[in-house]
Design a protein around this ligand. Structure first.
Ligand SMILES: CC(C)(COP(=O)(O)OP(=O)(O)OC[C@H]1O[C@@H](n2cnc3c(N)ncnc32)[C@H](O)[C@@H]1OP(=O)(O)O)[C@@H](O)C(=O)NCCC(=O)NCCS
Length: 177
C-alpha cells in the first residue's frame, strides 16, 4: 500500500470511509471555484471521483492521494498525480494538483503535501517532469506552485470551457526536497 508520511500529514490510498468528508469538501463553492467548470460536486459525484482516482492508482501506479492530518486522523483533502486527459496538449506529461477543505487553508498543508508528491513522482515513479495546470486568477494555487519552484511554461485555453490556464513545469532531475 502506497503511503507517505510528512511531518504533519499522511498521504494514502482512498477508503470508503473517506466519502463523507471528501463530499463535504467538494460541496463548498469556495473550494470548487477554480476546478473544472467551478461546480460543486455531490455525494454520488464524489463517490465516482474516488472510484476513478483509485482506478488510476491501479492502472498507472500513481494517483491522487487522500491527505490526512496525522494529529487527528481527519481527511483534509486530496493531492497527487493524474493523467490530464482533459488537456491533450500536455500529454504525456503527468499533472500535480491539490484541493483542501477551506478550514485547512493557510497552514502550509498543501505545500507540505505537494513537496512529498514531487518526491514520490521522482523517487518512486521515476518521472523526470510534471506539470501544474492552474486557472489564471487562482492565486492561492499559484502560490503553492511558486513554492515548488515550478516555472511558467505557457498560457493556454481550457479546451471545453475556454478559460485561460497557466501551464507550469518542473524538471525533477534538478529537484531537491
Ligand atoms: C490551493 C490550495 C490547496 C492552497 O492552500 P494553502 O493552504 O493556501 O497553501 P499552503 O499549504 O501553501 O499554505 C499557505 C500559507 O500557510 C501559512 N502557514 C501557516 N503555518 C505554516 C506552516 N507550519 N508551514 C508552512 N506554511 C504555513 C503560510 O504563511 C502560507 O502562506 P505563504 O506561502 O504566503 O507564506 C487551497 O487554496 C485550495 O484547496 N483551493 C481550492 C482548490 C484549488 O483551487 N486547487 C487548485 C486547482 S487543482
Amino acid at each position: 500500500m502506497t503511503e507517505i508520511r510528512t511531518p504533519r500529514l499522511l498521504l494514502r490510498r482512498w477508503t470508503d470511509d473517506d466519502l463523507a468528508a471528501m463530499a463535504e469538501i467538494n460541496s463548498d463553492p469556495q473550494v470548487m471555484r477554480w476546478i473544472g467548470d467551478g461546480s460543486v460536486r455531490d455525494l454520488d459525484e464524489t463517490a465516482e471521483d474516488i472510484e476513478r482516482w483509485e482506478e488510476e492508482w491501479d492502472e498507472e501506479g500513481f494517483g491522487l492521494f487522500a491527505v490526512e492530518l496525522l494529529a487527528s486522523g481527519e481527511l483534509i483533502g486530496v493531492a497527487g498525480l493524474s493523467v490530464p486527459e482533459y488537456l491533450p496538449e500536455v500529454l504525456p506529461d503527468v499533472e500535480i494538483s491539490w484541493r483542501l477543505g477551506a478550514q485547512f487553508w493557510g497552514q502550509g498543508y498543501a505545500s507540505e503535501a505537494a513537496h512529498a508528491v514531487l518526491e514520490f513522482a521522482l523517487q518512486d515513479r521515476g518521472l523526470e517532469r510534471v506539470v501544474a495546470v492552474n486557472r489564471v486568477g487562482n492565486d492561492e494555487s499559484e502560490n503553492v506552485i511558486g513554492k515548488l519552484d515550478m516555472v511558467l511554461d505557457r498560457e493556454t485555453k481550457h479546451p471545453v470551457y475556454g478559460f485561460a490556464l497557466n501551464i507550469h513545469t518542473i524538471d525533477l532531475t534538478e529537484y531537491e526536497a
